[in-house]
Design a protein around this ligand. Structure first.
Ligand code: GLU
Length: 378
């Protein structure tokens, strides 16, 4: 039979010391073998916490709050309220005191600047409330990475902020919402999760908002950080981070007070690309354009000429890539210095768009400052 802990040898000084040093299952044993990880474990050696932390769940909609339509594959997102989500997971009560509030009830394809602002202002207030120890945000997965990235760039926070969703609606045999919600609350309630970036928790995996991307249209392991990997894992036994928390490197912006945010269009590059979509974006009043370029943020000569013209007319041009992994670097095939372009580095087009909107909202038009924000150098 498997036993969770080796029994202590006879209580002699030498025996006890040897046990503490050698047993891989003691907390001290863990910190010896994995010096850089931080963890919160369920352990019979630790007394149960009497006062459970208060976790606020903010609901916005998505599949996690959806309803299967009964035709086998269909469902409608954002049908169930927060109390319904919480009551479907009684085990939440073992982890935390739960408070639920609704911010919106939408499929995240309808996420708007107004809701992003409202959500960020709400969280900023909660950051000041000493009774709340962590925040979980339920959200559709389609645009979750954008909301996570936005929050990570506008909220100076200490408390854990965890975003969570589901790929399979309630009512499906493989519904993943309940397990994901439980894991998200576990992470939000963990002291090891403090002073971390905004996180996405799905399917045992903890990812940071800067690098997490939706990578698969239907898989429950859809969120990944292809450039840097997850920052931790969560399962029945523990919340484990692979490295200690570090001070945030990104610039924190004021939450925009007017909506919509400055117009920034994403333009997708392809074979036989012409200037029309770029010229149209400029005509529609785009203050910035994100190129979802081929390869290292490149595009056809015709499109490149249109981008140069737009840059000369004061439109901020950021070169990102339609490729899911890697960095877009300055001055490789395209001369950014000469053309007054910005390189998106590791930000995908949709996150580059949010960052440029925040910079423009902050009246930032200095290209050196803008490049520094993309390069996370302050
Ligand atoms: N399109 C919906 C949304 O993003 C459902 C997708 C999901 O939540 O996984 O809210």
């Amino acid at each position: 039979m498997l036993r969770p802990f080796t029994p202590l040898p006879k209580i002699t000084l030498i025996g006890t010391l040897a046990y503490l040093c050698l047993s891989p299952l003691t907390v001290s044993g863990f910190s010896k073998t994995l010096p850089h990880s931080t963890t919160t474990m369920a352990s019979p050696m630790q007394p149960a916490e009497k006062n459970k932390p208060m976790i606020l769940i903010l609901t916005t909609g998505g599949t996690i709050a959806g309803q299967a339509s009964g035709n086998g594959i269909g469902y409608t997102a954002a049908k169930q309220d927060g109390n319904h989500l919480v009551s479907a997971v009684p085990a939440l009560q073992n982890e935390a005191e739960i408070k639920v509030e609704s911010v919106s009830q939408i499929g995240s394809q309808d996420m708007s600047d107004a809701i992003l602002s409202k959500l960020a202002k709400h969280i900023q207030k909660v950051e000041q409330d000493p009774t709340i120890k962590g925040i979980v945000i339920t959200h559709g997965t389609d645009t979750m990475e954008e909301t996570a990235f936005f929050l990570n760039n506008v909220i100076r926070h200490e408390k854990p902020i965890v975003m969570v969703g589901a790929m399979r609606a309630p009512g499906y045999v493989s519904a993943d919402g309940p397990a994901n919600l439980l894991q998200a609350v576990k992470v939000a309630a963990s002291p090891a999760a403090m002073h971390r970036p905004v996180m996405i928790v799905m399917n045992d995996t903890i990812l940071d908002a800067h690098s997490a991307q939706k990578m698969n249209t239907t898989s429950v392991q859809t969120f990944q950080s292809p450039n840097s990997g997850p920052i931790g894992i969560v399962n029945e036994a523990q919340v484990r981070f692979f490295h200690p928390a570090q001070p945030a490197m990104n610039r924190i912006f004021a939450i925009p007070t007017t909506t919509p945010f400055p117009r920034v269009d994403i333009i997708y590059s392809h074979v036989q690309m012409d200037a029309a979509p770029i010229e149209d974006a400029v005509k529609r009043g785009a203050k910035g354009i994100i190129l979802a370029g081929v390869g290292n943020g490149n595009t056809s000569s015709e499109a490149l000429n249109a981008l140069k013209k737009a840059a000369n007319n004061g439109v901020i041009i950021v070169r990102a890539s339609r490729v899911a992994t890697g960095f877009v670097d300055r001055n490789v095939e395209v001369d950014d210095d000469k053309n007054h372009f910005i390189a998106a580095e590791d930000l995908n087009p949709q996150k580059a768009r949010i960052l440029l909107q925040l910079l423009l909202n902050n009246k930032e038009t200095n290209l050196i400052h803008i490049q520094k924000a993309f390069s996370k150098i302050d």
